[in-house]
Design a protein. Structure first.
Length: 591
């Protein structure tokens, strides 16, 4: 029996969650959204279900020449995640019924989502005249005025934002950035509201205050402002890390800045943008400047809103704010990447590819954009094209391993284990001195080698992974389970699985491994106890249900055993497991 892999599966190792820009903003957005419910009802219907399963569109197409037909086509297109077709169809429906306010809101939001700035501005002007509470429409007009340098207009638009709205929440900070746009960072600092540490805006205001202090030439004050949030060894958003590194560079020199950036890069799993910053300071150049314009300040605030909306599960609406961020700062790589990832999640991979392609050439975020383009290409069902792109990326940056690792993961998920092993070999060859994060490389190659039947080499890889990360539960589980299933090193394997369960006490797959180990060594009562817990944690897994059935049979609970095997058959087992289950149902478990 093959090792039963825990979740997440080895081709998708668990990643550290990014720290939110506004960790407490979620608590503010919930009541704000409720307060704005009448104005937002159509918004949520228009965008929050873009990832629904594609619907048949034949009925709507048969009547699409009519307003009702256009409306149905638009709704079906939204269900299918086709933002462009939805926008086009609903615009035709709106032309036939221009007084339908809810439909106009839908068209406006879809124009924003698809990136039609001209259409969004036209709709925004009409919406703000009809509905003063049209929050996102005001923001579109604000961004248009800001980009055109019409600062007085931008101020008037901010003043018109409803106080109990998302835009109203960030308006005071946007007002300060307008002072920056007028060349007066000192006035901007005076305009920034003072908030207490428990205020939802405290974190973002602290960051923006430091950025404006840096623009005002107050480098030491800016560093002191950031110090509580940007201490060494503390994970913070990449943009804040770049600002901190720039301040350190100016105050303490390139060596100290380089040390800080290397630590930040390790905490963020080596993003290329931080790697580029390390290259800059190593060459005696400061890291790239961040938050230097009013547009960049606005984009950062809008991205904070995006993160909070994503935590609410409102990814459709988050697309609107991500798109606004790209309009506020067209060269902001993080905004483009955020929008691209949302498009992928919402079932619009082609639109994601087009969005990511808009990133300016030479952007510090270019590498991340290429990796995101690979994800979008895969989501579009074009795996060969994605793998070709990864090969080109691997040649382009011979010092990086992420493209090769992704190639290996794709091959392994497709059970092309020899190709996976070669990709991991190439990646490992690029690592001069493996460190703790590199456990994934050896673990992944070990899985590929185990599936190729090269067990001794697989064990070497798993043990190397454990030397780098002794408490990594995925490795402990895989090696421990494999030893148990092979009848090897049972005492050591049991200890490894016990440790893995201590580290991941709610992981049903790892609990199953421990239960199976007790089953294999004949401690049947303990096996039943642990396997019961595993099924409770992962009731839909056929292998875990099969294991519990086996343990029931061995302890004389024959009826319950057959029930579990029958249940496992209903859970879409693979062909070999289905055959084994039918045999057990017919003949019981061999003694």
């Amino acid at each position: 029996m093959e090792p039963h892999l825990p979740a997440p599966t080895p081709d998708r190792p668990a990643k550290r969650r990014r720290r939110s820009r506004l960790p407490a903003l979620l608590g503010v957005l919930v009541p704000l959204t409720a307060a704005c419910a009448p104005a937002l009802q159509a918004s949520n219907g228009a965008l929050d279900d873009l990832s629904s399963a594609p619907a048949l569109m034949t009925t709507a197409h048969s009547v699409e020449s009519s307003a009702i037909g256009d409306y149905l086509v638009g709704q079906y297109a939204m269900d299918a995640g086709d933002v462009v077709q939805a926008s086009d169809a609903l615009e035709r429906a709106l032309a036939a019924d221009p007084d339908d306010l809810d439909l106009r809101r839908q068209v406006f939001l879809l124009d924003v989502a698809r990136g039609d700035l001209a259409g969004a501005k036209d709709q925004a002007r009409l919406l703000t005249e009809i509905d003063p509470g049209a929050d996102e429409a005001h923001l579109v007009l604000f961004i248009d005025a800001l980009q055109a340098g019409r600062i007085a207009d931008a101020r008037r638009i901010l003043d018109a934002l409803p106080e109990r709205s998302i835009g109203g929440l960030i308006a005071p900070v946007l007002q300060a950035w307008l002072a920056v746009a007028e060349g007066d960072p000192q006035l901007a600092l005076a305009q920034l509201p003072e908030v207490e540490p428990d205020d939802p805006l405290f974190a973002v205001l602290t960051y923006h205050r430091a950025a404006i202090q840096a623009l005002a030439g107050q480098t030491a004050a800016a560093r002191a402002t950031l110090q509580p949030q940007a201490q060494e060894g503390q994970q913070i958003p990449v943009r804040m890390a770049l600002l901190t590194a720039r301040l350190i560079f100016e105050l303490d020199g390139p060596a100290t800045a380089r040390h800080y950036l290397q630590g930040a890069a390790a905490l963020h799993e080596e993003p290329a943008v931080l790697g580029r910053a390390v290259e800059h300071v190593s060459a005696g150049q400061p890291p790239i400047a961040v938050l230097t314009t009013a547009g960049e300040g606005a984009a950062d605030l809008l991205l904070a809103i995006v993160e909070a909306l994503r935590q609410q599960g409102a990814e459709g609406r988050a697309i609107v704010y991500a798109r606004l961020a790209t309009w506020a700062a067209p060269g902001d790589g993080e905004a483009v990447l955020t929008l691209g990832s949302l498009m992928i999640a919402q079932g619009s991979p082609q639109l994601a590819i087009e969005t990511l392609a808009q990133l300016p050439e030479g952007s510090p975020w270019e590498w991340e954009a290429k990796l995101a383009t690979v994800d979008a290409t895969l989501a579009a069902g074009r795996q060969d094209e994605a793998e070709e792109l990864l090969e080109r990326m691997a040649e382009e940056r011979p010092e990086r391993i992420d493209a090769l690792v992704k190639l290996g993961d794709l091959a392994r998920s497709g059970e092309r284990y020899a190709e996976a092993e070669r990709a991991y070999d190439r990646a490992i060859a690029r690592v001069a001195a493996p460190s703790a994060p590199d456990w994934r490389l050896f673990y992944a190659r070990g899985v590929a080698r185990e599936r190729l039947g090269r067990w001794p080499e697989a064990v070497d890889d798993f043990q190397q992974a454990l030397q780098l990360a002794p408490d990594q539960p995925l490795v402990l589980n895989y090696l421990g389970y494999s030893w148990v299933d092979r009848g090897e090193n049972l005492r050591q394997a049991l200890g490894m699985l016990q440790k893995a369960v201590e580290l991941r006490p709610r992981d049903g797959f790892i609990i199953d491994s421990l239960g199976w180990a007790y089953f294999k060594i004949g401690r049947l009562n303990e096996a039943v106890s642990w396997l019961d817990r595993a099924v409770e944690a992962e009731p839909g897994d056929p292998v875990i249900n099969e294991h519990l059935g086996d343990a029931y049979w061995r302890t004389g609970r024959l009826r319950e055993a057959r029930f579990q095997w029958q249940r496992a058959l209903t859970l879409s087992p693979d062909a070999e497991l289905a055959r084994l289950l039918r045999d057990k149902l017919a003949n019981g478990l061999e003694s």
